[in-house]
Ligand binder design. Structure first.
Ligand SMILES: O=C(O)CCC(=O)C(=O)O
Ligand SMILES: [Fe+2]
Length: 357
């Protein structure tokens, strides 16, 4: 049995779609990843008489497709609606009962400036291109960044927590005239592109995850006051949990690459340094050489994306500063899911769908 399987009690039965969203118009973004709803309003889902059934079904669709885009303007979506919606998607798709919305350790950081309405909220992470510009400037001063290496942007939310995020939902309130796209990458398909023997090896591995800005003890200490950050299990202030490199998605039951690459993965455990580098570089190389696994969102004002962090990686495109005077402002809520696990009896996405893609 792979040691990345932490606890058999964590294993969930895959959920079944009931058909409650069949009335919504949609297009698949690519054969592999993403679904776009061109006209649907999240507010209507929240006001539906069968809200619980619709949200549970939506959680299943997001988990199968990785990410869903709500293209129509969601300008009637208040901050409280965004929080309620994200919370319900996590709750109704079976996250542990004691978990709730993530409290981002950086929410009081100067970079996490007030939302468009001038307020702050512990459950809302603000994405503001002006504040990011300042933060990047100071980061670059301390740790020079290769300008051509945007691969550093790939990540999955809150993997620096023992219980990371299952669903994240981002409402983009202000958009630059061009640029500022976000990309999502299918961790299911990444898994399916690895040879069976190498997959079997990766399934035995875990990795230590850490947010780069929390790696100093004083930073971690400052953020510790925000415990428990969405789950009693996130009371650990080390910000360096271990997660399985291959993970089962609790909603679909499909295997995905998880803690094998990206911004927050600091070390593959129990291997030598060269092996750690080799495994992470290999996975990143498969990712960057297979752009058909990407769904890309060109944001329009008040559009929304909601994704399942346990089966997709995502990356911002930090080019807003190239458009002088433009502002990109988004607010994000994240639900806290289960402790990541690998069910050795789970299947890959392609196996489950019986498909070539
Ligand atoms: O700014 C973006 O495009 C994505 C930001 C992000 O990583 C997130 O909202 O989780
Ligand atoms: Fe993110």
């Amino acid at each position: 049995m792979p040691f990345a399987l932490l606890d058999t009690k964590l294993i969930h039965e895959p959920l079944k779609y009931s058909g409650s969203l069949d009335h919504l118009e949609f297009i698949e973004v690519t054969p592999i990843i993403g679904r776009e709803y061109p006209t649907a309003k999240i507010k209507d889902i929240l006001g539906a008489s069968n809200i619980e059934q619709q949200i549970r079904d939506l959680a299943i669709i997001i988990s199968e497709r990785g990410v869903c885009f709500f293209r129509a303007s969601q300008d009637d979506l208040e901050v409280e609606d965004l929080k309620k919606f994200t919370d319900l998607v996590g709750k109704l798709s079976g996250r542990p009962k004691e978990n709730g919305l993530h409290v981002h350790p950086l929410y009081r950081d100067p970079a996490n400036v007030p939302m468009g309405n001038g307020k702050t909220d512990e459950n809302i992470y603000v994405i503001n291109s002006e504040a990011q510009k300042k933060m990047y400037r100071s980061m670059i001063k301390n740790r020079p960044v290769e300008p051509q290496d945007l691969a550093r942007e790939w990540h999955s939310d809150a993997t620096f927590e023992s219980c990371p995020s299952d669903f994240s939902c981002l409402l983009m309130q202000e958009t630059p005239p061009h640029g500022g796209d976000t990309l999502w990458y299918s961790g299911y398909e990444l898994y399916d592109r690895i040879s069976p023997s190498f997959r079997a090896y990766l399934e035995t591995l875990t990795a230590t995850c850490a947010q780069p800005v929390f790696r100093t003890a004083s930073a971690a200490g400052n953020y510790a006051i925000m415990s428990p950050r969405g789950s009693p299990l996130n009371a650990d202030d080390s910000f360096a949990p271990s997660h399985p490199v291959i993970r089962t998605n609790r909603v679909t039951g499909w295997k995905s690459v998880f803690a094998g690459l990206g911004l927050h993965v600091s070390r593959i455990n129990d291997v030598y340094t060269y092996e750690d580098q080799m495994i992470r570089e290999y996975l990143m190389r498969v990712l960057t050489r297979n752009h058909d696994c990407v769904a890309r969102m060109h944001w329009t004002k008040n559009s929304v994306a909601i994704w399942n962090n346990s089966c997709v990686f995502h990356a911002a495109t930090p080019d807003t500063h190239l458009v002088p005077g433009s502002l990109r402002l988004g607010i994000r809520a994240s639900s806290i899911g289960e402790v990541p696990y690998l069910d050795p009896n789970s299947t890959s996405r392609r196996e489950a769908l019986g498909s070539a893609t």
